[in-house]
Write a protein that binds this ligand. Structure first.
Ligand SMILES: [Fe+2]
Length: 486
């Protein structure tokens, strides 16, 4: 913008009185005006900021199979890949899952609360699946029900053989001012960067209590014949977190695993066999889309890679689901999906567009607070914008500021083998508040019905450092403008 104050332009337009010079001066003047307009235009378009943070660009490398984080627990038929997720609609149930490799073993989970020595027993089921030349271990799923809210429970699996013990804490009873801290990770994979992301999440002083995972888990499909051994290694790698706190699952494109060329024609097979969700509790006919309440949040999980057009099961479910959200009970309405609707990187650009066209008017109508997505391997936070005015003929196709609209956050920077998305569209669109191509994770810390503190943490920093942060104001109870680049 220093060009605006350039003295040379001012002197050139007033240096001569001849007619030819006048016309030349007019031309200069017009060119000057054009420059001013262009610069002003750039300033208007370039509303947000692109981080100047410079990192070493290195290829992401998967951790080798003999890495310690992939270690098989000792003991005969020891349970491995232990993971938990919410097992009902309100947080009084937990789905415990694990894999045994040598034989089925027991389907039983023993569990007891911190204040009770009496062990209770729940019995689950197990399954196996084949994928090309791979045969899975025995994958157990057991739902523990009727738990007390806000209580620490211990649980054991591998009963009768090699017993392993873990613990979790149930969420507080659902209510409008119940604080709860959610972690956010997407597109994790199993590289050295993935390990750094998970370590940073574990050591974050904000202490995430529940992790919202926005899709793309193992990246096993990166390997020849989709080597499902890499699903097992991912399960062992993540156990250190997900055995102790629920991860809320969203399916990404790397969960599709559709490979007709090797005879694999059932989409999502490994993912659906390994990772269960409580979809029936929210009336969903598919584990790929569902909802849960947790503390003061209502979380809706959508599937970017399942049918979502009008009349499809996902469409009908969401149409009935959104009016059910009672903001007096759960003020915070959060949506998870894999493919972002607002993304200003030159990767997966506009891939979320068709779903946006279908569902964005609902998100604005029902005042969704925030949408978390992954897929793009970088970080981006939008302003509150909507793009719902367009009706084919009116030409209104530019996103506009909209205080009823969600903030859109892309958190697909978990650190997988495909590496960082470093190319951005220029100039930065007005809807994009902040963007940076670094690996990391985020925290969404709900304080009460009006305020939530959000922070994003890059892997290069110390555990407490915030690369981006924002106080979120609830769209139902406190809908004031929190934009950062206006
Ligand atoms: Fe993806």
């Amino acid at each position: 913008m220093g060009f605006l104050g350039s003295p040379s332009m001012a002197s050139s337009s007033s240096s001569s009185s001849s007619s030819s010079s006048l016309s030349s001066a007019s031309l200069y003047g017009a060119a000057f005006l054009l420059w001013v307009l262009v610069l002003n235009g750039a300033a208007v378009c370039n509303g947000g900021s692109t981080s100047p943070f410079v990192r070493k660009v290195e290829k992401s490398v998967d951790m080798p199979l003999d890495s310690d984080v992939f270690g098989v627990p000792p003991g005969y038929n020891a349970p491995q890949q232990v993971h938990i997720t919410q097992g009902d609609h309100v947080g009084k149930a937990v789905i415990v899952s694990w894999v045994t490799q040598d034989e089925p073993g027991s389907d039983v989970v023993l569990y007891w609360s911190k204040n009770s020595e009496e062990k209770k027993e729940a019995k689950g089921k197990h399954l196996t699946y084949k994928f090309y030349n791979y045969t899975s271990g025995y994958i157990h799923h057991c739902t523990i029900r009727n738990l007390k809210f806000d209580t620490k429970y211990y649980y054991e699996v591998g009963i009768g053989q090699t017993v392993r013990r873990f613990w979790f804490v149930t969420p507080p009873e659902v209510g409008p001012d119940v604080p709860h801290t959610f972690g956010l990770i997407g597109d994790l994979g199993q590289t050295f960067d993935s390990n750094s992301t998970l370590t940073h999440y574990e050591h974050n002083p904000h202490k995430g209590q529940t992790l919202l995972f926005v899709g793309d888990l193992s990246y096993a499909d990166h390997y020849p014949n989709y080597d499902n051994v890499r699903w097992d290694t991912w399960g062992r790698f993540t156990e250190r977190s997900v055995a102790y706190q629920p991860w809320i699952w969203t399916a990404g494109n790397h969960e599709i695993d559709l490979a007709p060329e090797i005879g694999e024609k059932i989409p999502f097979k490994p993912y659906l066999c390994r990772y269960h969700t409580p979809n029936k509790a929210s009336g969903s006919t598919s584990p790929l889309w569902y909802s849960i309440k947790r503390a003061s949040a209502y979380i809706i999980v959508l599937s970017s890679y399942s049918a979502y057009a009008k009349y499809t099961p996902q469409y009908r479910w969401l149409e009935e689901e959104l009016p059910k959200v009672n903001r007096s009970e759960t003020p915070w309405l959060i949506v998870l999906m894999h493919s972002p609707w607002y993304n200003s990187y030159n990767y997966h650009y506009m891939e979320g567009e068709t779903m946006r066209v279908m569902y964005e008017p609902w998100f604005v109508k029902y005042r969704v607070d925030v949408v978390f997505a992954g897929h793009v391997h970088a970080y981006e936070r939008s302003e509150r914008v909507s793009n719902i005015a367009y009706n084919i003929v009116n030409g209104l196709c530019t996103p506009v500021q909209d205080q009823s609209a969600p903030v859109y956050i892309t958190i697909g920077d978990g650190g997988n083998i495909e590496g960082l998305a470093i190319n951005m569209t220029e100039p930065q669109p007005k809807y994009s508040a902040f963007r940076e191509a670094s690996f990391g994770h985020a925290i969404f810390g709900i304080k009460n019905r009006t305020h939530a503190y959000y922070s994003w943490h890059r892997n290069q920093d110390g555990y407490a450092v915030e690369g981006d942060s924002l106080w979120f104001y609830n769209r139902y109870w406190h809908p004031i403008d929190e934009s950062t680049s206006a």
